[in-house]
Design a protein around this ligand. Structure first.
Ligand SMILES: Nc1ncnc2c1ncn2[C@@H]1O[C@H](COP(=O)(O)OP(=O)(O)O)[C@@H](O)[C@H]1O
Ligand code: SF4
Ligand SMILES: [Mg+2]
Length: 346
């Protein structure tokens, strides 16, 4: 299959090929209590050598988006293209052939690895799934382990139980790389690790995204790690995107009240979102989301319009979009960042 790169200008003006594009993604889970709207009308663009972070509280729909991108299961509505190919249009066999191009790394590395297999065999699994006589299996395994800082001589014969959490996650990443992916999705991949292992894995993901030309999606509830690893950030609340843009810009001056509240709530890395008392403890149920803006029942700035009209994502500056009828101005956002958000000033 010939890749059909399609390019958008990034903040620096350079053209970076879009590897994966999801448009109008919605995920509705059928539950005994009725349809649960986990994701509603989300667009995602993953570009080569770039990491997009998807951030939001637990239950905001992050994992539902990740699975929909991989068609595990497919989204309820919306299209996903990989290098220009619409995944929904592919016959099952063609989709199976394409699947290795999209790899996922999960939160709990030890349980995602078969405990009976050695590190060497775990990393070789993607190669064994699609045997190619021209590929030197041993050399590929050695190279991928080297890339994640685990020398094969020391680690090749170990089993998952003989690895630390950070080492196991690096094995999971080496295995993902052995499939030669275009897209790497890391779903809470550092959430279970201690701070130093987190730093190692974050640096690794950043470096590998650059070196291997990956298009990475980094999913997290932790703004501290998002800051460390991503080029761009998309903020999700109750299945809808609130705002999106270059990570540094968004975190320095959030334009959406939810982003601002998250930032004020997380002065230190590792602290769960929503812990500051600024946000009412729980988001509303996705079984019965609020009309209009889904953040309005928690927003200090909500007015009538917010109840009646869904705020669409609009561009507020180049590369930055916000879905709010009354986006924060930079001075207001700075005040929020400094901790003055508890009392709304407008
Ligand atoms: N398979 C499922 N069946 C029913 N509800 C689900 C299923 N998966 C997720 N949900 C619900 O969808 C919402 C979003 O979940 P999820 O995508 O896992 O969010 P996150 O990864 O941000 O924590 C939650 O309300 C969750 O309970
Ligand atoms: S649209 Fe209204 S309720 Fe929603 S975040 Fe903006 S001000 Fe708050
Ligand atoms: Mg999740």
């Amino acid at each position: 299959m010939t890749p059909v790169p399609d390019a958008t200008p990034d903040a620096t003006g350079a053209d970076t090929p879009v590897v994966l594009r999801a448009t109008g993604l919605s995920v509705v889970h059928r539950t005994r209590s009725g349809p649960l709207h986990a994701v509603s009308g989300v667009d995602v663009e993953l570009r080569e050598r770039h990491t997009l972070a998807l951030v939001g509280e637990s239950g905001s729909g992050k994992s539902s988006i990740a699975k929909a991108l991989l068609r595990l299961p497919p989204p309820t509505t919306g299209t996903v293209t990989l290098d220009g190919t619409d995944l929904a249009a592919l016959a099952p066999r063609a989709l199976r052939a394409l699947r290795p191009r999209m790899q996922m790394v999960f939160q709990d590395p030890v349980s995602s690895l078969n405990p009976r297999r050695t590190v060497r065999d775990l990393v070789a699994e993607p190669l064994d799934a699609h045997p190619d006589p021209s590929v030197d299996r041993a050399a590929v395994v050695e190279r991928q382990l080297e890339a994640v800082g685990l020398p094969i001589g020391l680690f090749g014969d170990r089993r998952p139980a003989q690895l630390s959490g950070g080492q196991a996650q690096r094995v999971a990443i080496a295995r993902a790389l052995a499939a030669e992916p275009r897209v790497l999705i890391a779903d809470e991949a550092v959430s279970a690790l201690d701070v130093s292992a987190q730093a190692t894995v974050l640096n690794l993901l950043r470096r590998l995204t650059e070196e291997r030309g990956l298009a990475s999606l980094f999913i997290s509830h932790d703004l501290g790690v998002v800051r460390a690893v991503s080029d761009d950030v998309a903020v999700l609340h109750l299945g809808r995107l609130c705002e999106q843009g270059p990570t540094e810009e968004v975190l320095a001056a959030p334009a959406h009240p939810y982003t601002a509240a998250l930032l004020a709530a997380v002065p230190e890395p590792g602290r769960p979102l929503g812990d500051s008392g600024l946000l009412p403890a729980d988001p509303p149920s996705p079984l019965d989301p609020p009309s209009g803006c889904r953040f309005r029942t928690r927003c200090p700035f909500a007015d009538e319009r917010c109840a009646g009209e869904v705020p669409e994502l609009r561009e507020v500056s180049p590369g930055r979009t916000v879905a709010c009828h009354r986006p924060l101005t930079p001075p207001q956002a700075a005040a929020v960042d400094a901790g003055a958000a508890a009392t709304p000033t407008r």
